[in-house]
Structure formats: C-alpha cells, structure tokens
Design a protein around this ligand. Structure first.
Ligand code: TYM
Length: 333
C-alpha cells in the first residue's frame, strides 16, 4: 500500500570541493528543477566526498553553505525538496561501511574517476578516494531512490551502485530499489572553454565558468574560448570540439535545439557567436547569482533549512539502515 502511494524518489548530490560551475548547473541542477513537482526529491551537499582530496577547512565550510544558497536560488523549494548536508546524517557513513563489505576491490579499481583523480593527486591517494563510489552508493540506496539525475561523468558510479544493490538483494532478498541514472539530453557533458576536449571542472579556473562569476567575467571567458581556424558555426564534436561545446551551452541556456542555434548564427563569424553565447549565460545566471547573494547573507535562514533537511533525511535513512542491519545479522540497538 505504502509503496503504491509513494511518489518516485530522486536523489542527487554535488561536492562542495569547489565553486559550482556551469557544468554542474547544466549537467545536474537544471534537470532537478523540472523534477521537483513530479518526484519526491532529496538533494545533498556531499562534504564527506569532498574530503577525499585535501580541502582548506574554512573554504569547505563557506562553499557548503554557499552551495545550499545556490540550490535554493536555482529554484529548488526547501519545503518541497529535502536539502541537507551529508555529514549531518550519520547513516551515510554507517551504510557506506556495510556496503564496502559487498563491493569488490576489482570493480572499484576500474572506476574512471578514481584513475583520473589518483593521477591528479598522486601524492595523496587515500583509501577514501578509492572507496568514494561506495559512499555514493550508500547516499543513493539509503533513500531508495528511483532516479539519480547526474551528468555523464557520474553514470559509471550509478551503475556500480546498481551492481552493489543487486548483489545485496541477491544475498538477503529485496532490500534496495535499483536506481537509474537520469542524464540530460543537452548539457550532459560541458567541456572546458580553454581545452574543449576536457570536461569543464571546478579545479580549472580558466576553462571554467562559475555560477557566481560576475557578468564581465563570464563574457571575458566566452570571448577567449578556444575554437578552431574555420568560421562556420556548425556542430561537429570530432573536428570542432570548441564550437560544438559553445553550441551545447547556448542550446542549454536558451532552450533552443542545436539546429536552431546553428541557424541563428548561419553566415556569422565566431566574433559574433562567442559573445552571444556569453550573453545567454549571463542572462541565465544573473537572477540565480543575485538571489544566492541575498541568501548567503541570511545565515539564520540557511541554518533552518539544513537542520530541517537533515532531520527529514535522517528519518528516511534510518528506515533503510535498520532494515539492512537486521538482514545482515546485527542485533537491534
Ligand atoms: P560533482 O560534484 O563532481 O558534480 C556534480 C554534478 O554535476 C555534474 N557535472 C557536469 N555535468 C556536465 N558537464 C560538466 N562539465 C560537469 N561537471 C560536473 C556531475 O555529473 C554531477 O552530476 N560523485 C558526485 C557527487 C555525488 C552524488 C552522490 C551524485 C555524491 N553522492 C549521489 C549523485 C548521487 C560528484 O562528484 O559530482
């Protein structure tokens, strides 16, 4: 009965390891907004994931709060959705340990993000960096999420999560809902403006547009975006990665299709196209930045949101954790 009545559930999260970027917006947050009426949504600021690489404590604290303000400024309603900070709900760490005992060394070794990050942080390859996807699986499975809206780069982690859930269900009977990644059609992978063959990432200030960048800064970055030596504004990912990325961004920012965007700029050179993409992004981000700035100044309000969110999240998380503990043979507390 309870299951029949239940709305489908969504879980997603973003690391406060850097400022939010246009990539995190277009790959993830943008699709969250459209889902909040139809689904029961839970959005997390994953500070425990962030410490898998070294963080400056004061920056981590500031970015976690700013991120919450930005979620709300993007249009996520804290009444309708549950928004919380991962470390405030201890069930994540507890389930993560348990799931780690049902995750294989080999499958974790194959994770692309682990391979990349262990190259980037070769002097600090911690056990946490290695077991990162297990914590992510715990995040998702604790809430019995049906859908996980993420960018393309997180698909492998969601698949691993399904495998772990399936393995557990196979041993102990149905316990976890098997989640599916929900990846946007446009914007699933926004590339760097300075190196359009690499993903736009928080840690690359030149190629990255931050959601809180001022309009002048955004325009400057787009004017400088690396393109190619042709003049036609045409989508061709292989041969024109820079222009194709700009078309994707334009399309995600304006809601036009790539074909419409190509048409808008037919016969016009990059000198017109690049600032136009910048302008579209400025207009998209302006209201979000202004509202986020207002909310960041209201610490008491943000505190009330994350406290309430953690309480509601804990209630749901504990149900799953208790069930898991019982099934594996732990004595009830
Ligand atoms: P993170 O913090 O690296 O990125 C947050 C979200 O933004 C998407 N994204 C992008 N999408 C398109 N183009 C880009 N250049 C781009 N950069 C980032 C990511 O795909 C992601 O959806 N492990 C996750 C955080 C996480 C999580 C979870 C997500 C922890 N637990 C449970 C979903 C469910 C991560 O590092 O995302």
């Amino acid at each position: 009965m309870e299951n029949e009545a239940r709305k489908k559930r969504i879980f997603s999260g973003i690391q406060p390891s850097g400022e939010l970027t246009l990539g995190s917006y277009m790959g993830a947050i943008k699709s969250w907004i459209g889902l909040q009426d139809e689904y029961e949504c839970i959005y997390c600021i994953v500070d425990m994931h962030a410490i898998t690489v070294r963080q400056v404590p004061a920056d981590l604290r500031r970015r976690s709060l700013n991120q919450l303000a930005q979620y709300i400024a993007c249009g996520l309603d804290p009444q309708k959705n549950i928004m919380f900070i991962q470390s405030h709900v201890p069930q994540h760490a507890e389930l993560s340990w348990i799931l780690g005992c049902y995750s294989m060394f080999g499958e974790l070794s194959r994770m692309t993000q682990f391979k990349q990050k262990s190259q980037q942080h070769a002097d600090n390859i911690t056990a946490g960096l290695f077991t990162y996807p297990v914590l992510m699986a715990a995040d998702i499975l604790l809430y019995q999420a049906d859908l996980v809206p993420v960018g393309d780069d997180q698909k492998q982690h969601v698949e691993l999560c399904r495998n772990i859930a399936q393995r557990f269900n196979g041993i102990y009977s149905d316990t976890f809902v098997l989640p599916e990644a929900f990846i946007p059609q446009v914007g699933a992978r926004i590339m760097s403006l300075s190196k359009p063959t690499a993903k736009m990432s928080k840690s690359d200030p030149d190629g990255c547009v931050y959601m809180m960048d001022k309009p002048e800064e955004i325009l400057r970055k787009f004017k400088r975006a690396v393109t190619d030596s042709e003049t036609a504004v045409r989508y061709d990912k292989e041969n024109k990665p820079g222009i194709s990325n700009l078309l994707t961004i334009y399309s995600a920012a304006t809601g036009k299709t790539i074909a419409q965007a190509e048409e808008d700029f037919a016969g016009q050179g990059y000198g017109i196209f690049k600032p136009a993409v910048g302008e579209a992004v400025v207009e998209l981000m302006r209201p979000i930045r202004e509202e986020a700035e207002r909310l960041i100044a209201d610490k008491a309000y943000l505190e009330s949101v994350y406290r309430d969110g953690a309480q509601r999240a804990q209630h749901l998380a504990q149900k799953t954790l208790s069930k898991v503990q019982r099934k594996i043979g732990f004595i009830a507390r």
